[in-house]
Structures are given as structure tokens and as C-alpha cells.
Ligand binder design. Structure first.
Ligand code: NAD
Length: 463
């Protein structure tokens, strides 16, 4: 029986496949609207007790949770290799990111300070109060880190969390919930409810007992969620798509820029909202850059994600493979790497050249191992091209000219830029998008305050 009478085609069970082989790993029950209701009631009760606990006690339990994750790092990583097709090296980093973020957020619980503001006739202080129950709706591209980016700071700030993982990748999230209980987190405080977006995800969005939604996924669904949250003025953080530029100026170290370019969009098979998929190259070095890029692209090791040497694994699903294929019809100009053939959801590293700057593959998020190379003339032209998408998540600038690096950083409308590198994500620096790439920031020194309300209290000394 379906769990939503008006949408009978939605599944009651979620099939979890190994994307490298297409084999069925397991099935997981999809949460119903009634189960979401029950989870919210349990979370609300747990949250009241959690918020009343001393910050040091909350911090201690979150550090124990981090220690449990650390003790099970390899198990979590191997699970992610199997359910998401992530390379082993990436999956280890991802489990470590969860541990580090829990530790970092635990310290935040002890430092969540309000302010004292000078006001005549009394004492004025601000208090940062938790919101209550927070719903985290996670995607399949980085199931563990993205779940933790919402969950860890929300818990540290005194909230309860209900996490709905993506349909295709519920297993690591479920394991994290078990580890939280082993660590001693109170029952109900952190719950994981696998389910469909249309049923369980939507129930969290519409539930009056959920104070905030943290959503990561497509811009299309993010807009729908924002509109529904508006009905209740529900708080929302959105981390949406990207189509990030990698701007290579003629004065850059071209060898280094070409060597770094492949993994800047092939990491996680391109299923990365920060992927540098628009490679903009100044015209006088354009041909030289392509000469250097071709061998670098073909050297990327694509194959069994469980092999330590592998740099790129499969796409997550047949649906995603079909989406990516639609952007790369046969006969387009460019550079191709190789990928396994046979079962599994494989697509080779691909660079497209000779496209118009407004071609769909040049402006839309493909979310696969596909980049375009476009030439530009000068700084002004580079900025115009870099900003000519609806997105604004990340970007890279390759130049030896410090003034240019600063000017162009100022001109690119994006939340996360790197100069002469492609790094975007550290748990202690803020992350988030401009324009239609998102709303709000995660991570960084202010991560906890996104899960609080500021209350101002004035105490009169005149009475
Ligand atoms: P999606 O936006 O449909 O799914 C993301 C999450 O939202 C999942 O947990 C899903 O169950 C949930 N969801 C879906 N519909 C919902 C609804 N109506 N209410 C509440 N929750 C809902 O993404 P997708 O279909 O898995 O991927 C499609 C495209 O989105 C990709 O090709 C890619 O371009 C983009 N994407 C971006 C990111 C990112 O990190 N920004 C992550 C995943 C996908």
C-alpha cells in the first residue's frame, strides 16, 4: 500500500543500489506522513530537555558522538563506497569531516555567547535561543558531510534534528543515528527518517512543529521548499546548484592550472555543486592550455571506487546517467577520457570545446564529469562570462598578479572563491551561494547562530 493516497505511485520501500555494479544492496522502508508526525513529537520532547542541559554537557555528548564516528570511520567509509560509489579516499575524508564537524560544533555549544549592549537606565543583553526541531533534507552527492553540516551545529545550539537522507543513499545516515545513541545522545534528539522527498521531505517542510528546514539539492526543489516555508515564515537554509567558473589568465602558471583542472570537476564524478565545470581561458593561452589539459584528463584513473588508486567512480544512478548523457550527444568537439563499460552507471571524463557561451551545457548544472572550455579576451570579458549563469556558488582564479586576483575575486558573484587552487570546503570557514545557488551560510565560525533566534532582554535599574 502506498503511504500517500493521492500519490499511489510513490514507493513504500527504497531500493539501495551499488552504483558501480547496479546490484541491489538492500531495501529500506520509506517513512510515512504519520511516522514524520511521531518523529516530530518525540524530537520536540527531547529538544526541551536538551536545551535545558548545561552547554558543557551538550558539548561532552557531541564529542562522544565524534569519538564514535572516529572509531567507525572505515566502516562508514566502506558503506559510502558501496551505496554512493564514492572513491575510498573521498569516503574516508567524508566520514572524517563528520567527526571534525561534531568536534568543532561541540566547542561552539560552550561559546554560544550573546552580547551586552550599552543602554541607559539598565542592562541590555541578547540571548541566543535554539529554534526547536530542525529538519535537514540531504542529497545523495555527499550524504554524510551534508547531513552533518546541518545536524552538528543545530544540535550544538540546543535543537533536535530530523534528517531525511536522499532516496538512493540512506545507509550512512542510518548508521550515524545508531552511533549517536551509542554515544549517549538522548533518544529522539537526532532521528533519521529515510523516505521520498514528496512524502517524508514534504511532511517535514509542512509540519508546524518543525522550526527550520536545511535543504541541499536541486534549485528546482529548493524554490518549492522556500515557497512552502514562506507560508509559515519557517526559517530555511538552501544549498542549491552551481556552475562554477575556473578562470585561467595568460599570466598564470599554465602547467599548474591545466594539471589541477581535471579533478576540479571530476571529483565525485562531477556530482559536486562546487565543480569547476566552466573553464574560462584567456585567448592567448587557450590552445596551449588544451594541449596540456588533454593528457591530464586522460590520466585520471576511473574505475572500481573501492580501489585505493581510483580517482573517479560511477554516477549515482541510471536517472543521473541519462541526465548527463543528454548534455553530450555524439559528435561534439572535445576531449574524452575512458570509463568502465558494462554494469553500473559510468560516464567518461569529458571536456567540451567550441560551444557557444550560452549553450545549455555551458550554463546549466550537469552534475556529471563534464566541463566546457570557453575562451575570453580580458578581465572584463572574464567577469562577464563568469557571472553569466543563474548560479553563484564557487569559482577559481588562476593568475600570478595579486591585484588581478583581488579585483576578480571582488567581481565574481559567488560565495566561495579560491586563487591558484580549487579548494572550497573547510568546516571552519563559511560555505554558501550567491544568486540561485542558495540562501544562508553553513559551516564556519557562525554556523551555530543559523540555528538560533536572538532575544533581546532589557533589565531596568530604575524600578
Ligand atoms: P532533489 O533536489 O530532487 O533531491 C534532494 C533532496 O530533496 C532529496 O533528499 C529528496 O528526497 C528531497 N526532495 C525532493 N523533492 C522534495 C520535496 N518536494 N519536498 C521535500 N524534499 C524533497 O535532487 P535530485 O533529483 O536527486 O537531483 C537532481 C539535480 O539536482 C542534480 O542533477 C543536480 O543538478 C542537483 N543536485 C544538486 C545538489 C547540490 O549539492 N547542490 C545535490 C543533489 C542534486
Amino acid at each position: 500500500m502506498s503511504n500517500k493516497p493521492d500519490q499511489p505511485d510513490l514507493p513504500d520501500q527504497l531500493d539501495v543500489l551499488n552504483p558501480a555494479t547496479g546490484e541491489l544492496l538492500t531495501t529500506v522502508a520509506a517513512a510515512t506522513v504519520q511516522e514524520v508526525d511521531a518523529a516530530v513529537a518525540l524530537a520536540a520532547a527531547a529538544q526541551r530537555r536538551w536545551a535545558a542541559a548545561a552547554p558543557a554537557d551538550r558539548a561532552r555528548l557531541l564529542r562522544r558522538f565524534a569519538a564514535e564516528v572516529d572509531a567507525h570511520l572505515e566502516e562508514l567509509a566502506l558503506l559510502e563506497v558501496r551505496e554512493a560509489g564514492h572513491t575510498l579516499g573521498n569516503a574516508r575524508w567524508e566520514a572524517g569531516n563528520v567527526r571534525d564537524l561534531l568536534d568543532f560544533s561541540a566547542g561552539g555549544a560552550e561559546r554560544l555567547n550573546g552580547r551586552q549592549i550599552p543602554v541607559p537606565g539598565g542592562l541590555d543583553v541578547t540571548i541566543l535561543e535554539p529554534l526547536g526541531v530542525v529538519g535537514v533534507i540531504a542529497p545523495w552527492n555527499f550524504p554524510m558531510p551534508i547531513a552533518a553540516w546541518g545536524t552538528a551545529p543545530a544540535l550544538a545550539a540546543g535543537n533536535a534534528v530530523i534528517l531525511k537522507p536522499a532516496e538512493t543513499t540512506p545507509l550512512t545516515a542510518l548508521r550515524l543515528a545508531e552511533l549517536a545513541l551509542v554515544a549517549g545522545l538522548p533518544e529522539g534528539l537526532f532521528q533519521v527518517l529515510p523516505g521520498t522527498g514528496e512524502v517524508a521531505g514534504n511532511a517535514l517542510v509542512e509540519h508546524p512543529g518543525v522550526a527550520k528546514i536545511v535543504f541541499t539539492g536541486s534549485t528546482r526543489v529548493g524554490k518549492q521548499i522556500m515557497a512552502k516555508c514562506a507560508q509559515r515564515v519557517k526559517r530555511v537554509t538552501l544549498e542549491l546548484g552551481g556552475k562554477s567558473p575556473n578562470i585561467v589568465f595568460a599570466d598564470a602558471d599554465i602547467e599548474a592550472a591545466a594539471a589541477a583542472a581535471p579533478m576540479s570537476f571530476l571529483d565525485n564524478a562531477g556530482q559536486d555543486c562546487c565543480a569547476r565545470t566552466r573553464i574560462l581561458v584567456q585567448r592567448e593561452v587557450h590552445d596551449r592550455f588544451l594541449e596540456l589539459l588533454a593528457p591530464a584528463l586522460r590520466e585520471v584513473v576511473v574505475g572500481d571506487p573501492a580501489d585505493e588508486k581510483t580517482q573517479m567512480g560511477p554516477l549515482i544512478s541510471q536517472v543521473q546517467l541519462d541526465r548527463v548523457r543528454a548534455y553530450v550527444p555524439d559528435g561534439l568537439d572535445g576531449i574524452r577520457g575512458t570509463a568502465p563499460t558494462g554494469p553500473g552507471f559510468w560516464f567518461p571524463p569529458t571536456v567540451l570545446t567550441g560551444l557557444a557561451p550560452d549553450a545549455p551545457a555551458a550554463v546549466e548544472e550537469i552534475f556529471g564529469p563534464v566541463a566546457v572550455v570557453l575562451p575570453f579576451e580580458d578581465e572584463q570579458d572574464a567577469l562577464a562570462l563568469a557571472n553569466a549563469t543563474e548560479y553563484g556558488l564557487a569559482g577559481s582564479i588562476w593568475t600570478r598578479d595579486l591585484g588581478r586576483a583581488l579585483r576578480v575575486s571582488g567581481g565574481v558573484a559567488a560565495g566561495n572563491l579560491s586563487v591558484n587552487s580549487h579548494s572550497s570546503v573547510r568546516y571552519w570557514t563559511p560555505f554558501g551561494g550567491y544568486k540561485q545557488s542558495g540562501l544562508g551560510r553553513e559551516l564556519g565560525p557562525d554556523a551555530l547562530t543559523a540555528f538560533t533566534e536572538t532575544k533581546n532582554v532589557f533589565l531596568s535599574t530604575e524600578a
